[in-house]
Unconditional design. Structure first.
Length: 201
């Protein structure tokens, strides 16, 4: 038997529900970034989108579940930027890692709430019991860079894990000192990769 297509009003309800969910994510990201997880209540988030607190639980079972959804959306923004950048880049390994770094910085330094939420320094302020699942999301994202680093023609004996943490430390720390105008994300990525790149004989 052929599947029955959803009625137009059903599709409309699904669309409205998704819009409400996205509005909740955006409001939660803004409040978590400004007030912290503990300083933000479900009532605050629901009120920001004109919703009763009880209605929020239709979309998210708890504040912790909402935080995880916000974090995952933040990570997804980084992943999308990297995928787009690598899709425009030739396969030369150093160019690929530089393009990924520039994409990472373009999201990190845009001043947005999601970028702040996924910053490792900010994540430490979240409930300790949530850190394993949040760190698992971070590790999944970093595997994109691990693959790029694995392809680099580094000197024999180079510790590629230390290379990765040095690179991420430099990239993420830029959020503390960056000011628009002097450097672009591409400028910073090129400088960092230039300093880490090892000359070949």
């Amino acid at each position: 038997m052929a599947a029955t297509a959803p009625k137009p009003e059903a599709r409309g309800n699904e669309s409205r529900g998704e819009n409400r969910r996205e509005a909740l994510l955006d409001a939660a990201a803004a409040m978590f970034a400004a007030k912290g997880f503990d300083g933000t209540s479900i009532r605050d988030i629901a009120g920001a989108v004109g919703m009763l607190p009880g209605s929020l639980y239709y979309h998210f079972k708890s504040k912790e579940e909402l935080l995880l959804a916000v974090y995952r959306k933040g990570v997804a923004r980084f992943e999308a930027a990297i995928d787009e950048a690598l899709g425009r880049t030739v396969a030369e390994p150093w160019q690929a890692i530089e393009a990924a770094c520039a994409a990472h910085l373009s999201i990190l330094l845009d001043g947005g709430d999601y970028a702040r939420i996924v910053n490792p320094e900010f994540v430490r302020s979240f409930p300790p019991e949530m850190l394993p699942v949040l760190n698992a999301e971070r590790d999944r994202y970093e595997r994109h860079f691990e693959k790029l680093i694995a392809a680099l023609p580094l000197e024999p004996g180079t510790d590629r894990w230390l290379f990765k943490v040095s690179l991420f430390g430099s990239l993420n720390w830029s959020q503390t000192w960056y000011r628009k105008g002097r450097y672009t994300p591409r400028d910073i990525a090129a400088a960092f990769i230039g300093m880490l790149r090892q000359p070949r004989a």
